[in-house]
Design a protein around this ligand. Structure first.
Ligand SMILES: [Fe+2]
Ligand SMILES: [Fe+2]
Length: 239
C-alpha cells in the first residue's frame, strides 16, 4: 500500500491510502492535516495504518507539533490510531462533541479529550474549525463534522463515501458515486432526520467537501449536499 499526500486547500493536506481489496476498484482511507499554529489531524486511520499515516504527517510537519486530533465518529478507521498519535505528540489532544466523550472517548483516550459544544470553534492560529454535531449522520450517535471557516472546507467524514482510487480532487459528480457506495455498503443510519441534518450542512455553502473515502470536491458543494439529502429522504421514505 502506498500513502499519497496532496495539498487540497491552503495548508490543508489530504493523506490517502488505497486498500485494493476493500471494495471493487479499491477503497481509500483519507486523513486531513491542517497546518496551523496548532496543527489538527482529522481522522487518524486505523491503528495498523499508523506507520504509514504518521510517516506522511511527518513529511509535512514534525509529528510532535500535532496539537489536535479530531474525527467524525468512533470507529477504527476514524480514530484507531489516536493513542499512538498522542504518544508521538506530547501536546496532542482529542477534541470531540460531548456525547462522544461521555459515551466512549473519556474511557478510550489515553489523555482526557476536549469536549466541544455544537457550533463551538477552535482557533488553531491561522485556521478556525467549527464543530458541528450530526447525530447518527451518516452513522453513530456521536457523529460530527468539522468546518474550517477560512477556506470553507467541510470535513464531512463518511458522507459521500465512494469506492475507487480517484484523484485527490474531482470535478465530476460525487452524488451518484455516493449512492452507489450506499447501495454497496448500506453504511448510513437512515432516519427521518438524515436529510434535514445534511441540509443544515448545505446551508454553510462550503467551498470544499473533504471526503474520508473517495475524491474531495470543490464543485457546487451546497448543491451536492442538497441532492444527497433529497436522495436519503427518498430512501427513508421507502423504509
Ligand atoms: Fe464510519
Ligand atoms: Fe470512515
Amino acid at each position: 500500500m502506498k500513502t499519497n499526500t496532496h495539498e487540497v486547500a491552503d495548508r490543508i493536506y489530504r493523506i490517502s491510502t488505497c486498500v485494493p481489496d476493500a471494495a471493487p476498484g479499491g477503497f481509500t482511507f483519507n486523513q486531513f492535516l491542517i497546518d496551523a499554529d496548532e496543527p489538527l489531524l482529522f481522522h487518524t486511520g486505523p491503528r495498523r495504518m499508523f506507520p504509514l499515516v504518521s510517516e506522511a504527517v511527518s513529511r509535512i510537519l514534525p509529528l510532535e507539533r500535532l496539537r489536535w486530533i479530531a474525527f467524525g465518529h468512533v470507529e477504527s478507521d476514524e480514530c484507531g490510531a489516536m493513542n499512538e498519535f498522542m504518544a508521538a505528540a506530547p501536546l496532542a489532544q482529542v477534541a470531540h462533541g460531548a456525547i462522544g466523550c461521555m459515551v466512549s472517548l473519556d474511557d478510550l483516550c489515553d489523555r482526557p479529550p476536549r469536549k466541544l459544544a455544537d457550533g463551538e470553534v477552535i482557533d488553531l492560529g491561522g485556521k478556525r474549525v467549527r464543530h458541528i454535531d450530526t447525530p447518527h449522520v451518516p452513522h453513530n450517535w456521536e457523529a460530527r463534522v468539522l468546518f474550517e471557516e477560512s477556506t470553507g472546507t467541510l470535513f464531512c467524514g463518511d458522507l459521500f463515501t465512494h469506492a475507487g482510487d480517484g484523484p485527490a480532487i474531482t470535478d465530476a459528480d460525487i452524488v451518484g458515486p455516493a449512492l452507489d457506495g450506499e447501495a454497496l455498503f448500506h453504511a448510513t443510519a437512515l432516519s427521518p432526520a438524515t436529510g434535514a441534518t445534511i441540509r443544515r450542512l448545505a446551508a454553510l455553502e462550503p467551498q470544499m467537501l473533504a471526503l474520508m473515502h473517495g475524491s474531495s470536491s470543490r464543485t457546487r458543494c451546497g448543491e451536492s449536499l442538497r441532492r444527497l439529502a433529497d436522495a436519503y429522504d427518498r430512501l427513508t421514505g421507502e423504509l
